[in-house]
Design a protein around this ligand. Sequence first.
Ligand SMILES: C[S@@+](CC[C@H](N)C(=O)[O-])C[C@H]1O[C@@H](n2cnc3c(N)ncnc32)[C@H](O)[C@@H]1O
Length: 345
Amino acid sequence: MLGTASESKKKIYQIIYGSWQSQCLYVATSLGIPNLLRSGAKTVETIAEKTGTKAENLYVVLRALAHLGVFAEKPGRVFAPTELSELLLTDGSPSVGHFLMHITEPNMWDAWRELENSLKTGKVPFELAKGQDFYSSYMTENPNSKRLFNNAMSFLTNEAVEPLFEAYDFSRFKTVMDLGGNQGTLIANIVKKFGCKGILFDLPHEVETAPNNLSKYGVSDAVQVIGGSALDSLPKGADAIVMKYFISVFSKEDSIKVLTNCREALPADGKVILIQTLVPSLGAPVEYPDGTIPGLAAVQMMITNPGGYWRTEQEYRDLFEASGFQLEQVVHTGTSLTVMEFSLQ
Ligand SMILES: C[S@@+](CC[C@H](N)C(=O)[O-])C[C@H]1O[C@@H](n2cnc3c(N)ncnc32)[C@H](O)[C@@H]1O
């Protein structure tokens, strides 16, 4: 609860400034400035020369980011890296920088501009802005956006696996299928850690590029890669289907379609393992310790997803029950991810 009127004003201004902050962060990262400063502090003139920008204007942006703690400004218009800017490196393995670039790239802002329109029409903002759906046609035709998206997904998975595996044991399964498993980072980790077989299922254009990632984990022989749409049908052979940030892609109606396909693909004692950030129910804390505000992230999901967004535990439970599943257990991982395990009714 905010105390005084001025605290309220400060809070509302902070919210308003949010888009300025992320735009400055996007521009600096897109120009590769965190990468550039890794070798040491540089003057704004040097940074401008190396990034093909105008030093006078660039200075205004870098100073703003220094005031936010992203860079450190030294006398003589010199900028140095900080712990924050080191999180934004994009020239190595998947990082927060890739996540930032995916979430804030201009194509995404184009879609956000359609939010009000979408609330009135019920259409998907991304589709209103771009005239094509995000996961299939847009991703197929825009390899740079796809690279940023896939790196963002791999980064989030890499961050999550250790606490996930401490909280939830996959060793009782013979074959795990990762539905909407993107480039296979999660299934590769599961197979490696628990010694089971894996199936990676995602849209054809995604699985086309996944073998390269799987080979980095040395699990190419243990993971079968299958392309298709989960809305059509699913391959048999797995005794567990894992879905991380996947069912939240779909509308209620399509979710039930996908879950019905899961039911048909699984043996009678099969399990579906939902791995998801849950939106808190009314009255529960709205923010996780890592800063995730799921209710806000749910809006971002609605911007791109064909009808889906992040839901509450009860909403997922209802969705699965409507598709012939019953909840077996809920496991909190200590991060913003929760595991909900379902069996067939
Ligand atoms: C938000 S991403 C989550 C990726 C991954 N599970 C993770 O947590 O990193 C959703 C994934 O679902 C895939 N997807 C979207 N629609 C699909 C469909 N109809 N059938 C199969 N996969 C689909 C996308 O290609 C994407 O990889």
